[in-house]
Design a protein. Sequence first.
Length: 430
Amino acid sequence: MSLQHTGSSFSPNGPVAPVPHSYPLSIPHRKYENNYTVKKGKKRVMKNPFHIMLIPTLGCPSKCSYCWSSEEGSPIMSIDTIRDVVTWLKDFRNDRVTFTFHGGEPLLAGPEFYRQALPLLSHELHLLNPEFAMQTNLWRMTPEIARILAEYHVPIGSSIDGPETITDSQRGAGYYEKTMRGYGIAKAHGLNVRFICTFTNKSIKYRQEIFEFFLKNGFTLKLHPALPSLRSENPGQWALPPEEYGDLLVFLLDKSLEHMHEIDVMNINDLCRCVFTRRGTVCTFVDCMGSTFAVGPEGSIYPCYRFVGMPEYVMGNVRDHPGMNDLMQSEAGKLMGRFKDYVDTACGECRHIKYCRGGCPYNAMAPTPGEIRGVDSHCVAYKRIFDEINDRFNKEMFELPMMEMSAFPSKSKKVVKPGIMALMHKVVSQ
């Protein structure tokens, strides 16, 4: 089971009339570019403002050491629940929506589930221009499922923690081999696959080796720090301390600059984009309340997939078609609102508040547990990397020779290594 959500960037080409009894499998989609934009003609469209995470099951065949996974036999979402999702969202809000199939392990739902769910969501909610993504360990990927997902150009997020020995030491013997076998099937059918790398307090010692693994294999690197869990009896066993996470982010910033045209480190790109645009661009650094929801296997609605399966965080159920006010007036909704208010007060003097927003509410509540007594426990790391990016940017701006900024630059420019400004230019021009 994976612990991180990844965005998507697909949508159908305009409205498609709903079909009463059956749905064709193939619907044309705009070409996938990256996790933030799609092109329609010459227009660039930003990441969708509305996100629904569908959790077909909490079951998972892998037993990663730092995960709260349940057994494979856990209940699986029915197509009737997908129909309830459709009915609920038709009158809920009008923004473009991304559906991410998450888990547990979403491939345990099987090919028939996706054969029905994808066209149902696409056709019935065509006015919302639905787009799709999936987070999976790829163990249960088959040619049949791959063909279905390829029809909808579903981008795949998976998890590899580095070389086989490091991955298997954290995720269990055989994990690497099984995931790479599924990766081969996915790639053979044209699916776009990116890997998330979870850094723990053990694997952090091998950060250079892990980076080189992603670089040599041509993989985009997206990292995830192992976090305490509300479900764990020993939440700190694998958790990456905030100070070490901050060191890791600065290390990867340097590596991003050193290998700018060889690898994308998505976290560094996202952090630079936050600083450049002065607003959060990924769920960790935005007020996600009201723009992100998760639907569990039985139809219960939660603030995020990380709360799924915990009754105290249920906001409602799709079969009841709740409105936004109904969800936010639930106890879980009020809790999320209190976190937003807490951030406004606790972080009011922080220079990064506009594009950090106190980090992730779950991360803030996991150590307490379930109470709001602070912001995201990785605040130290966020401040460290945001300060680093801002300070380097300002230094480059003010120390750049005037001749290099003029209309008649010197012919004998000194060759300098790429800096933050070059990285930001790369990020915003993608």
